[in-house]
Design a protein around this ligand. Sequence first.
Ligand SMILES: Cc1cc2nc3c(=O)[nH]c(=O)nc-3n(C[C@H](O)[C@H](O)[C@H](O)COP(=O)(O)OP(=O)(O)OC[C@H]3O[C@@H](n4cnc5c(N)ncnc54)[C@H](O)[C@@H]3O)c2cc1C
Length: 433
Amino acid sequence: MKTEPYWWDLARPVPIAAETLPTRADVVIVGSGYTGLSAALLLARAGRHVIVLDKEDPGFGASRRNAGYIGRTLKKSFPSLMKSHGEAYARAVYHELDAALKYVRSLVKEENIECHIAQPGRFIGATSPTHYEAMAQDYEITRRYMGFDYHMVPRSDQRQELATDRYYGGVVIPDLGSLHPGLYHKGLLERAMQAGAQVAGRTEVQAVEGQTPDIKVSTSRGIITAKNVIIATNGYTPRQFPWHARRVIPFTGYMAATEILPEELVGTCIPHRRTVIDSNLNIDFVRPAPDTPRILLGGSTGSRLTTTTEMANRLREIMLRVLPGLKDVSFSHVWSGQCAGTFDMMPHLGMRDGIWFGLGYNFAGVPMGTYFGKLIANQIIGKDTKPSVFSQGKVPTMPFYHGNPWFVPYAMRYFDWQDQRIARQGARQGGRQ
Ligand SMILES: Cc1cc2nc3c(=O)[nH]c(=O)nc-3n(C[C@H](O)[C@H](O)[C@H](O)COP(=O)(O)OP(=O)(O)OC[C@H]3O[C@@H](n4cnc5c(N)ncnc54)[C@H](O)[C@@H]3O)c2cc1C
């Protein structure tokens, strides 16, 4: 069993090191994931001298480790946002989530990135009858205001979606999709470099000080002075960026790939090849691999699983509760990666003293990281500078929090308890587009 991402079979991060670092640049980008590269591509095309720095090989972060779901994912549902912040705000948030999904699709198409992008739809299983009822209400309200299509799948028809009796029916959202996250990242990296962006791996940014136009970026390989800096480190944000580290909550996500399976078995397990999640706050997820007949799955996000055996055992429990028919199947790959949440469960972008940031994607960084990269690049270029709803308001932190997320396993247990309580009471909070 390999202990690295399945995606690395086709897209392993490789060393890329600019021979010598420049002493000046228009924009220094810290972090070579989707956020950093999507910004780098547009900035380089607009003629800016851009350098992307990563302390590991480019693509080492979550961008080549995730599940490759592309959706309008947010922990807060449209109706719950409407209730807490009003209709205009809820509409603005979901409008931008939709814009992010569409942007990934158009970028992949325009840049001709071969990454198995597809639109099989998503099935969301209800973990209790009350979740099913609440989902039906939520998605109906969302369709009424936003026009997003869906259809409910009663439990009696569930096996047409997934070979399981775990759920009490569910919802299908037909326009959501998936891709191969490793190939998508590799394509973005190649396009950014072809456009003229410099990329330097194994170059750690140790400090960012000063104000635009003379921001001093101290790295393990020398100092670069930049007009603008973008912090794009999400779940890998280090303590040396104290303002950002105080505002993101890093947590670990776990995934596994099964061994190669007979095509018919994959077809029986997930007949329409949809991406699958459930209605809990702490989700299990399964999807078919896009390039070989296997099933990929994940969950137990935020737990502290320290050994490969612990990870494999926990992921096996998930596989068997969602797809019990796979009991004789073993894993070919087990891996983990760092995601980032925020204290208000919303992604945020913004700028302080010429230092831009896009962070806290709460498991939705494939579309949102790509989209925030575009928004930040456009702000720097001065093109299409309409403010994003995600740049409004403060990015919250907590007293005494400095980036050590000791409470995450407890928070996940609290979410498990909430999921059970909500199942009993019939209310539901999570947004599951
Ligand atoms: C298991 C898992 C499953 C997921 N599934 C999905 C999914 O299906 N759909 C979805 O939308 N999202 C998903 N996500 C989330 C998504 O992968 C991330 O939100 C997204 O990749 C973040 O991209 P990014 O560019 O902001 O950061 P990353 O890709 O994480 O890159 C950050 C980079 O910053 C670098 N860095 C950190 N500190 C420094 C420093 N001091 N100097 C230089 N470089 C530094 C790191 O080395 C890293 O390479 C998942 C995440 C995980 C872990």
